[in-house]
Design a protein around this ligand. Structure first.
Ligand SMILES: [Zn+2]
Length: 332
């Protein structure tokens, strides 16, 4: 494992070893299979049981800052996100669910930028946030190397640059806001991305980032391996992990509020706020009513535990995912 991208530390401990991760992947497959109404087509498994990171790996925790990092035993297959194939019918089914998830983010985000603001979403996927940003009065465009997903977003009338961010050459200080809802944790070295973000943002511009919460995952791992924890509680945690796509930890990094602050602030940003968050939507090709109901119940259970059980050492509550927003400062 190279140095930690947050603190440059080189000491890591194994939080979950490869065998544990494989067990979780099996649990995830059973979790998904139980909630499918029929066997999925190959394209429908995307983001459900079929992930970029499936090879044997340990999840490590940085001893200095607590960042979780996935240490692949073998490099991931030489496939790129840009070639990922998506089924248009599945995208059409899931699109309203993503819209609903983004509309729920109105508080606090809508008030953070005035109407007419120019915003960029990095990793714009199906374009659901671009639509919601438009509903909030913002002028939104996306950048995403995924061909199928970007074609889908473009078919809805959105401006999407089908490219890597660094190839887009946006003018300096062009945007009032940059949003990274879905891919920050998958960027191997996030530092060049942060340089570009600061460069394209106006002074006092907004940067919002969302990632899986490494502290939540670490807490779940600890409780699941604790013989004193009751089986019903473990079952709840496993379902919470399932609905939040944390089983098997298919991500490169797991951040906390503290690691996001430590990583992002030196690039000319100041942290302004954070909140606990959840997966946008569990991406089933069809959603039986009982699954929707269970997802809502798990979500309500998590909110009950936030601010009581799910608290990190420094105070704030933790949840399955974490969001943080920053303002671009004068010095960049
Ligand atoms: Zn670190």
């Amino acid at each position: 494992m190279p140095a930690c991208p947050v603190c440059a530390g080189t000491a890591f401990r194994v939080l979950a070893n490869a065998r544990r991760l494989q067990e979780e992947c099996r649990t995830r497959e059973l979790f998904v299979a139980h909630r499918l109404t029929r066997p999925p087509q190959p394209d429908e498994s995307k983001d459900l049981t079929e992930f970029f990171h499936t090879e044997g790996a340990d999840v490590l925790a940085c001893e200095t800052c607590g960042l979780l990092a996935r240490n692949e035993h073998e490099p991931p297959p030489a496939q790129e996100y840009s070639e990922d194939e998506y089924d248009p019918a599945v995208m059409e089914h899931q699109y309203p669910r993503y819209l609903e998830a983004f509309r729920k983010k109105e508080n606090p985000y809508r008030n953070l930028l005035p109407r007419g603001s120019r915003v960029l979403e990095i990793g714009s996927h199906y374009g659901a946030f671009l639509q919601v940003a438009g509903e909030w009065g913002w002028k939104a465009e996306g950048v995403d190397p995924g061909k199928d997903t970007s074609r889908f977003a473009q078919s809805k009338g959105f401006t999407v640059h089908v490219a890597a961010l660094e190839d887009c050459s946006f003018p300096a200080e062009h945007f009032d806001g940059v949003f990274i809802w879905n891919c920050f944790e998958q960027i191997e070295d996030p530092r060049p991305t942060l340089v570009v973000c600061r460069g394209v943002l106006k002074r006092n511009g907004l940067l919002a980032v969302r990632t899986p919460d490494g502290q939540f995952y670490a807490l779940c791992e600890r409780l699941l391996s604790d013989a004193e924890v009751r089986p019903e509680a473990k079952d709840f945690l496993l379902r919470a992990m399932g609905y939040n796509n944390l089983l098997g930890f298919p991500y490169l990094y797991g951040h906390s509020r503290a690691t996001l602050r430590r990583l992002i602030q030196p690039y000319g940003f100041e942290m302004q706020g954070t909140l606990s968050s959840e997966l946008l939507t569990f991406p089933l090709p069809e959603n039986p009513h009982w699954v929707d109901r269970e997802e809502r119940e798990i979500s309500a259970g998590l909110r009950l535990l936030e601010n009581s059980v799910l608290i990190d050492q420094s105070g704030p509550s933790i949840g399955p995912w974490v969001e943080a927003w920053f303002r671009a400062t004068a010095a960049s």
